[in-house]
Design a protein around this ligand. Structure first.
Ligand code: SAM
Length: 317
């Protein structure tokens, strides 16, 4: 367990690999911030088998052979994920939500969208899909033999029909706030909501590239802003958010920013150390992040957006 701010423990960190034989149940009741440096299954095994989580949000390994995963047969990968999903669902509250953020598995130049593969697993567990949110971002690899990929998805599932959904907490400015009813009993009155409009299901939020304010040593962080919106809409203050593949703690930062608790499991100690630091900085009001409601940068303001004079005699093809 690490200490900071004198003797005050802000984030409890467990290093189970150094106590392999210790399989006692963990009582984390009331622990606001917990990081488990080990396999997520070993964490879940030591938790009580009862509803604990208000929201589970994660980006799992995609089986792409990144530095933090062993690429395996796709079917085997899916069975592994299915087992973990089953263990997690038993610990989600009836009013709770599960958000699986996924992109594509790429096999020999062919894409396999992971949300399509995951959908039957969640359906078989009786979950209800509420939104398939398209997370659109502006930067990435330039493909030569297919259109360059610029989105991933968040599959938002609920466990029941009685789920938390705080729309007012995530409204965004309307395009035409001055619009009025033009007929009927409310003709002439403003038709919109003064708090803004529903953010809809296509979210443009910059991905974490090298010059992003949130960039750490992790190769595949998701942006805090993407998760802030889910935390605000799908939990109430004081709720417990769990990320089974927590990386450098982006979910933890989003939870801590908004007065929610956070537990995460991450197998790589380097990422756990960074996560602890980021969550502590958040609690101390010092974390650097890009808020979910910051407007996108207007690229036309940059000189680089002007067509170079060298290309004056060339047409766009
Ligand atoms: C796509 S990354 C998640 C990054 C995270 N969303 C963030 O913003 O930092 C997946 C993470 O899962 C971790 N991981 C892989 N297998 C794991 C396991 N069995 N248990 C816990 N974590 C694991 C990897 O080390 C990696 O950091």
């Amino acid at each position: 367990m690490k200490k900071s701010e004198g003797n005050k423990v802000l984030v409890r960190v467990f290093y189970p690999n150094t106590h392999r034989r210790d399989s006692r149940a963990l009582d984390l009741t009331g622990a606001p911030y917990v990081l488990w440096n080990g396999d997520v299954t070993s964490f879940l095994d030591r938790l009580p088998d009862k509803p604990l989580f208000d929201l589970v949000v994660t980006s799992p390994p995609y089986n792409l052979g990144k530095e933090y995963e062993n690429k395996t047969k796709f079917e085997k990968y899916l069975r592994w994920q299915e087992t973990i999903i089953g263990q997690i669902l038993r610990r989600v509250k009836p009013s709770g939500s599960v958000c699986w953020q996924v992109g594509n598995f790429v096999d020999n130049g062919q894409i396999i969208p992971l949300d399509i593969e995951f959908a039957p697993l969640f359906k078989a567990q009786g979950l209800q899909l509420r939104n398939r949110i398209v997370w659109h971002f502006g930067h990435g690899l330039h493909s030569k033999r297919r259109f360059s990929g610029r989105y991933e998805v968040v599959m938002w599932y609920t466990k029941s029909d009685q789920y938390i959904f705080n729309l007012d907490a995530v409204r965004v400015p309307a395009k035409y706030p001055g619009k009025k009813h033009f007929k009927g009993p409310r003709a002439g009155q403003l038709s919109g909501n003064p708090m803004g409009k529903n953010p809809e299901d296509v979210w443009s939020i910059p991905n974490v590239k090298s010059n992003h304010v949130e960039k750490t040593g992790h190769p595949c962080q998701f942006p805090v802003g993407l998760i802030e919106r889910l935390v605000l809409a799908l939990t109430n203050p004081g709720g417990l958010v769990f990320d089974p593949f927590s990386g450098v703690g982006s979910t933890g930062v989003a939870a801590a920013l908004h007065g929610r608790s956070f537990w995460g499991a991450e197998i790589d100690k380097r990422y756990v150390d960074t996560a602890r630091q980021r969550i502590e900085e958040t609690l101390q009001g010092k974390v650097r992040y890009r808020p979910h409601d910051r407007p996108l940068y207007d690229h036309t303001q940059s000189n680089l957006s002007k067509r170079p004079t060298e290309w004056a005699d060339r047409e766009y093809e």
